[in-house]
Ligand binder design. Structure first.
Ligand code: ATP
Length: 307
C-alpha cells in the first residue's frame, strides 16, 4: 500500500481570469500535518477544492490513498473530511442536532458517532444551548465536528484560523494535534500566516501565484529560521576552544569553509567578539543571522517575484 495519502501531478487550474494553479506536484504522507502556506489569492482554496472534488482541474492529476484512477476519486474522497467553505451550521439547533442532520445527509452509520464526536471536539456539555449562542471558537469546533463525524482518515481545512482569537487558535492546534497523535489523522491545513501553523505542522508547502515554491519539513524550516551568529576568524580551530572554554558552549557548528555558526549567546555579540579577540583571533566576519518565520516566507516570495 502507498505511504502517500495525497499526491498531485502537474495539477493545473486555469480560470478565464488566469492561471490559479500552475503544475503543482505536492505530496502528503500518512500521519503528516501539512501546512499549506500562501498569501491571499495564491491558489490555496483552488487546490483544496480540486482535492476535495468541489472543482475540476484543467490538467494534471490527483492521487488519493494511492489511487489515481479519476473514476475512483469520488469513492476515495469519502474517506476524507473537509471544511473548505463555511460549513452549513444551523444556528437555531444544538450541536447534537447539527451533527444529526449531517449524519442523515451523509448517510453515516451508527448513532454513537454523534456523541463520540461531541466528546472529541469538547462540546459534550453544551446540552440544549443553541449554536447561535456559541462563541466563535465553539462554532469552529462544531464545524470541525461535522467534518470528523464520518471518522475520516484525511482532513482538509481551508484557513480554519481566520477570525479566531489567539486562544481559539491554540485550542484548534491542540485538538488537531490530539487527533493526529491518537487517531493517526492526516491533515492538510491552509493559512496565509506561517507562524500560526508553527508548532502544529510537520511539513510545509509554500505556494505563491499558483506555483509551489518549496516543500520542507518542520525540522528543516526550524533549522533555516534558527537564530545564530556567523563567525569567520583566521584560526577556526582555536576559536572552537575559546567558545568551549571561555563561553562554555558547545552549541555551534563549524562549516566546511571554516565559518562557525554559533547558536548560543546570539544576543551578546560584544561578549563573543571580546572573547575571540582577547585570544588574538582576527575576526573577519561576525553577524547575527536567522529569519523569523514570516520574514523567511517573505524572502521566499520575494525571490520568486524576481524569477
Ligand atoms: P484566499 O485566501 O484569498 O482565498 P487563496 O490562496 O485561497 O486565497 P484562491 O481562492 O485559490 O486563492 O484563488 C487563486 C486565484 O484564482 C485568484 O486569482 C482568484 O481570483 C482566482 N479564482 C479563484 N476562484 C475562482 C473562480 N471560481 N473563478 C475565477 N477565478 C477564480
Amino acid at each position: 500500500m502507498s505511504d502517500y495519502i495525497l499526491k498531485t501531478k502537474q495539477l493545473t487550474k486555469i480560470y478565464k481570469s488566469g492561471v490559479a494553479l500552475d503544475h503543482i506536484n505536492l505530496s502528503i504522507k500518512k500521519g503528516e500535518i501539512y501546512g499549506f502556506i500562501g498569501q491571499n489569492g495564491a491558489g490555496k482554496s483552488t487546490m483544496l477544492r480540486l482535492v476535495a472534488g468541489l472543482a475540476f482541474s484543467s490538467s494534471g492529476s490527483v492521487e488519493l490513498f494511492g489511487n489515481d484512477d479519476p473514476k475512483a476519486l469520488p469513492e476515495a474522497q469519502k474517506r476524507m473530511g473537509a471544511i473548505i467553505e463555511n460549513p452549513a451550521i444551523f444556528p437555531d439547533m444544538t450541536a447534537y442536532q447539527n451533527l444529526a442532520v449531517q449524519r442523515l445527509q451523509k448517510g453515516i452509520p451508527g448513532e454513537e458517532s454523534m456523541q463520540e464526536t461531541l466528546d472529541l471536539i469538547g462540546l459534550s456539555n453544551t446540552g440544549k444551548k443553541k449554536v447561535k449562542n456559541f462563541s466563535l471558537g465553539m462554532k469552529q469546533r462544531l464545524g470541525l465536528g461535522l467534518a470528523l463525524l464520518s471518522d475520516p482518515e484525511f482532513l482538509i481545512l481551508d484557513e480554519p484560523t481566520n477570525g479566531l482569537d489567539p486562544m481559539g487558535i491554540v485550542e484548534l492546534r491542540e485538538l488537531l494535534k490530539k487527533l493526529n497523535q491518537e487517531k493517526g489523522l492526516t491533515v492538510l491545513i491552509s493559512s496565509h500566516i506561517l507562524s500560526e501553523l508553527h508548532q502544529l505542522a510537520t511539513n510545509y508547502g509554500m505556494i505563491h501565484k499558483g506555483r509551489l515554491l518549496e516543500e520542507l519539513t518542520a525540522e528543516e524550516l526550524d533549522e533555516k529560521c534558527r537564530q545564530h551568529l556567523q563567525i569567520k576568524v583566521d584560526q577556526p580551530s582555536k576559536a572552537v576552544i575559546v567558545l568551549e572554554e571561555e563561553l562554555s558552549t558547545t552549541d555551534f557548528e563549524v562549516m566546511p569553509d571554516g565559518m562557525i555558526k554559533l547558536y548560543h549567546h546570539t544576543d551578546d555579540v560584544r561578549r563573543v567578539s571580546r572573547a575571540l579577540t582577547s585570544h588574538d583571533l582576527v575576526i573577519e566576519h561576525l553577524s547575527q543571522n536567522g529569519d523569523s518565520l514570516e520574514s523567511y516566507f517573505a524572502k521566499l516570495v520575494g525571490g520568486a517575484e524576481h524569477d
